[in-house]
Design a protein around this ligand. Structure first.
Ligand SMILES: C[S@@+](CC[C@H](N)C(=O)[O-])C[C@H]1O[C@@H](n2cnc3c(N)ncnc32)[C@H](O)[C@@H]1O
Length: 504
């Protein structure tokens, strides 16, 4: 697409031309432009402003966020005197659009009596900002900002990538571009500076985001978090399947007593509902993982309270949870469609059926068995009773945690393989008693735990760390639940009353 054609196109068409470009290229640049109503909502979250606003828009795209915030400032009863905007955008194709947007900002500021200036860096924000925060000899003198608004690019960054190396040099461990962007922005903010961002929700939990949470929660004070009821609503046109969160945070170590948690459908003009939440409930100060819990409605608050009463850690139950060790594409030559001589059962999520594993599966695209030999033996576990949990489950599914029991009593085999898309609970690498397994599976499948779990896990993965970090009923309680569940395949609805009567 020629930039001239872009400039000549009317505004709506310009946006479409820019957004219709080669999808692969857009994915590579993490390019999902913020729809205007979302940008307007984000801008409305800024609470105060200095007389001189030094505003940063990193990954500015066509400038949707910048103009929304400038308009917000223009409409304040006492607007700022000056706004100096610094925008970073790596994609040269978007620069003409950004220039047009900044011209519009200037015009609207002039009408509101605000001096406006803008500097655009058409370069890699990670490269420039890491040099700035690392006080690199050749870097431009570090810029400081008292306001930042961002929809950063979302893309995983490999361990050996240049971005990862640059970030590591300034002590930032980021597995995704977006956390790298946000951490750099927080470092460039002055004390009291405000940041509003829209990002995937994945940073709220999970081991990969632990270093990000540690620094972000240490240096920034979250004021408000906003979630959309539908995963796709905010970025419908771009087919973004990530669940997003909008956050407003202020640079500083002192945390507010309460944080606002708001939600809306994500449709333009949709109603926004809000509730207050104690900061210590949002992030439990005793939680070494620093998970961020988003309690959006009353049923979530009740589930939070109920699960909060539980006290047993997994280690107190003598239980551990691990990820299935059979990575099928690495063990391809040993996989068998059907059980046979020298093979043992191999369990995939597709073998889940009701509360128990049904194995072997007659018509299955997945193998049912794995050859047992010196190479594969280390991937297998001894026969026994294990509780298995699917590692991937969409938000739209009826349950985020889907647990099932593997009972070797039903299958004559000395060893069993759990495929890598499963987590499995065990005692020192071996199985557990059937009543304990039944009680544990019932608890994991319960509605109350599902409602609780969704508050901190907003993506499709159920990590072993998430399961490790939960609090559980005591062993006696789990076994009592297990004994009560006498039917072999109890429907889900039947489990809830048994779990709830025992626990709450
Ligand atoms: C998710 S889009 C958001 C764009 C804009 N802020 C908005 O909200 O509409 C992220 C933008 O960051 C740009 N980008 C990606 N990597 C970048 C980098 N390393 N440095 C600067 N910009 C980058 C992309 O080209 C894209 O325009």
């Amino acid at each position: 697409m020629q930039t001239d054609a872009l400039l000549q196109a009317p505004p709506q068409r310009r946006k479409r031309i820019a957004t219709d470009k080669d999808a692969d290229r857009r994915r590579e640049l993490g390019q999902f432009l913020t729809p205007d109503p979302v940008a307007k909502f984000m801008a409305s979250l800024f609470r105060t402003h200095d007389r001189d606003v030094h505003l940063l828009d990193a990954g500015a795209g066509a400038g949707a966020l910048s103009i929304a915030l400038v308009r917000h400032f223009c409409r304040q009863p006492r607007p700022p005197e000056r706004i100096s905007l610094t925008a970073f955008e790596i994609d040269p194709i978007l620069l003409p659009l950004l220039t047009i947007t900044l011209e519009q900002c200037k015009k609207e500021c002039r009408e509101a009596g605000i001096q406006f200036s803008a500097t655009v860096f058409s370069e890699n924000f990670i490269k420039t900002a890491t040099a700035m925060v690392g006080r690199d000899l050749f870097a431009i003198s570090p810029l400081r900002f008292n306001a930042a608004i961002v929809n950063p690019p979302y893309r995983k960054i490999r361990g050996d990538s240049s971005e990862r190396r640059l970030l590591r040099r300034v002590g930032i461990e980021a597995s995704n571009l977006y956390t790298g962007f946000v951490t750099l922005i927080t470092r460039l903010l002055t004390g009291g500076g405000e940041l509003v961002g829209i990002t995937p929700r994945s940073f709220c939990n999970g081991p990969y985001f632990k270093p990000f949470r540690a620094e972000f929660l240490e240096t920034m004070a979250l004021q408000q978090l906003h979630v959309f009821e539908s995963r796709t609503a905010a970025f419908k046109k771009d087919n973004v399947l990530q669940e997003n969160v909008i956050f407003h945070a202020v640079k500083g170590t002192s945390k507010p007593d309460n944080v606002i948690i708001s939600s809306s459908s994500g449709q333009p003009g949709g109603e926004v509902s809000e509730r207050g939440m104690k900061y210590t409930s949002l992030v439990n100060p005793d939680d070494p993982e620093q998970f961020i819990h988003l309690t959006v409605n009353d049923s979530q608050a009740r589930a939070r309270l109920a699960i909060g009463q539980l006290s047993a850690s997994l280690s107190e139950l003598d239980l551990s949870v691990s990820t299935g060790r059979v990575v099928d594409f690495r063990a391809r030559e040993f996989l068998r469609d059907h059980p046979g001589q020298n093979s043992v059962p191999l369990v995939y999520p597709c073998h889940f059926n009701g509360g128990f594993v049904h194995w072997p599966k007659g018509k299955s695209r997945k193998p049912n068995a794995i050859e047992c030999n010196d190479i594969t033996r280390g991937l297998l576990v001894p026969a026994g009773v294990y509780v298995l949990v699917k590692r991937f489950s969409p938000k739209e599914g009826p349950r985020r945690i889907v647990a099932c029991i593997w009972d070797s009593g039903q299958v004559p085999a000395a060893l069993v393989g759990f495929e890598n898309h499963l987590n499995y609970f065990h005692i020192n690498g071996c199985g557990m008693s059937l009543p304990l397994a039944r009680g544990l599976a019932a608890f994991l499948n319960s509605t109350v735990l599902d409602i609780y779990f969704r508050q901190f896990n907003g993506h499709t993965q159920v990590n072993a760390t998430d399961l490790r970090n939960l609090k559980y009923p005591t062993k006696t309680q789990l076994e009592r639940i297990g004994h009560k569940i006498c039917k072999f395949e109890l429907p889900r609805e039947g489990l809830d009353p048994i779990v709830e009567i025992e626990l709450f």
